[in-house]
Design a protein around this ligand. Structure first.
Ligand SMILES: CC(C)(COP(=O)(O)OP(=O)(O)OC[C@H]1O[C@@H](n2cnc3c(N)ncnc32)[C@H](O)[C@@H]1OP(=O)(O)O)[C@@H](O)C(=O)NCCC(=O)NCCS
Length: 159
């Protein structure tokens, strides 16, 4: 598969809503969640009003079709977002997802590589991830460390 990675733009908001749904970890053999779950205020807050100060990230899309396949994005608490991975007002929260049929082929790694190789790599970044989600290993490879564990979730932070 050939794909390119580019910075997120304002008009990518609809794809971020799609990615928000796919960013929810479903353990193997669990039923899919209803699509409208992303409209709950706690989840919607990750994307609602995309384009605030500190909203930055990258998107991967298939070269031939231009089909977006995954995204990683940051949101700052200073712009009014306190998600599950909130640490403090100086730490942006990271979200990431790749469409199911494109997972396990290095796209997530490339998205994170682009993010942290950019000037965004200087930021303090946190995230929330379910205990048992294999993505924990991915985050550890990028320097995230577990700083909190509660109710089946881990908060990880990268300085
Ligand atoms: C997590 C995710 C963004 C990684 O992107 P990817 O393109 O699959 O990742 P890569 O192929 O670059 O890297 C593989 C790593 O991703 C993680 N991974 C792979 N498949 C995964 C899956 N189905 N679910 C969660 N993590 C997965 C693992 O850490 C894996 O590393 P490992 O081989 O050491 O176990 C993607 O798998 C995904 O969208 N998963 C479901 C949603 C999710 O869990 N999002 C994170 C919420 S905190």
């Amino acid at each position: 598969m050939n794909y390119i990675i580019r910075p997120l733009a304002l008009e990518d908001e609809p794809f971020l809503w799609e990615m928000l749904y796919h960013a929810i970890y479903i353990p193997p053999e669990h039923a899919p969640l209803p699509r409208d779950i992303i409209q709950t205020p706690e989840l919607a807050s990750y994307v609602q009003g995309w384009g605030r100060e500190g909203d930055r990230g990258f998107l991967g899309s298939e070269t031939q079709t231009n089909q977006p396949i995954g995204a990683v994005w940051l949101r700052s608490p200073r712009a009014g977002h306190q998600g599950y991975g909130y640490v403090d007002d100086n730490t942006s929260e990271l979200s990431i997802a790749v469409l199911p049929e494109y997972r396990g082929q290095g796209v997530g790694t490339q998205l994170l590589t682009h993010l942290f190789a950019s000037e965004l790599g200087r930021l303090s970044v946190s995230l929330s991830v379910s205990v048992g989600n294999p993505a924990v290993r991915l985050y550890e490879r990028f320097g995230f460390e577990i700083i909190r564990k509660s109710n089946g979730s881990l908060t990880m932070k990268r300085n």
